[in-house]
Design a binder for this molecule. Structure first.
Ligand SMILES: [Ca+2]
Length: 241
């Protein structure tokens, strides 16, 4: 009997060693988290295929109404910037929510304002149609996924072939809280499936903190540039097919 217990103890210790062993691909867990319609992924955990700190790349997440085929998210921590881009194939009409959050931002310091942008892209002819509603929130208590503090208004964008509306919204001036957390919440609502050849669509969102009083957030220009690049990619892909 005593030997059996000893054997169990050795087995338990061995299991503990295995569980504590670091993943060979990722040195340490990061503080960036992504939520794909209820499926959470932490930076450098097993669900993240990108070993870089502050970048999360997820593979296919089926949500029922849609399959999020892949996503890339990044955090500029300690510089306040969060981005997410997802590629998607809808199955039926309906909505789902994306969230991205990180802690420990220190730059820019308060006073600052938040600027949230969101955009969508689908096939150039008879592609997916939908609406996008995004907001960005500031957590003075540096709390992950905290949306109880100051937020931007709702940024309303659309998915409409290559001509979707880019939504943008800013917050009021925030004067206290460093280090701080940021969270973006994006609600995607698919209102029409594609009847054209390209059945997929893309969603991108960008949250930046800018020093108070700076009127034009850099993210708007960056997002516009990204759309031009992505649209070019769509056209090239269509030309090849
Ligand atoms: Ca990573």
């Amino acid at each position: 009997m005593r030997n059996q217990w000893r054997g169990l103890a050795v087995a338990a210790m061995a299991l503990g060693v295995v569980l504590m062993a670091p993943s060979p691909a990722h040195a340490a867990l990061g503080t960036l988290w992504v939520d794909i319609g209820g499926t959470l992924c932490q930076d450098n955990a097993g669900c993240d295929s990108n070993p870089a700190n502050g970048v999360v790349v997820t593979s296919s997440v089926p949500l029922g109404t849609v399959t999020v085929n892949g996503s890339t998210s990044s955090s500029g921590s300690p510089v306040a910037a969060l981005t997410i881009t997802t590629g998607n194939t809808p199955v039926s009409l309906g909505s789902y929510t994306l969230r991205i959050s990180d802690t420990g931002f220190t730059t820019p310091p308060v006073p600052l304002q938040l600027a949230q942008d969101v955009s969508g892209l689908s096939g150039p002819l008879n592609g997916v149609q939908g609406t996008l509603a995004a907001k960005g929130c500031f957590s003075a208590t540096n709390t992950l996924f905290d949306v109880s503090g100051t937020c931007t208004g709702i940024a309303n964008g659309t998915i409409n072939n290559l001509a979707g509306v880019i939504g943008g919204s800013t917050s009021g001036v925030i004067t206290a809280g460093t280090p701080y957390a940021l969270t973006s919440v994006i609600v995607v609502n698919i209102t029409q499936l594609a009847t054209g050849t390209n059945k997929n669509y893309q969603v991108s969102a960008d949250l930046d903190a800018v020093p108070a009083g700076v009127p034009e957030p850099a993210g708007v220009a960056l997002l516009g540039g990204l759309l031009v690049v992505v649209a070019g990619g769509f056209r090239r892909k269509l030309r090849r097919s």
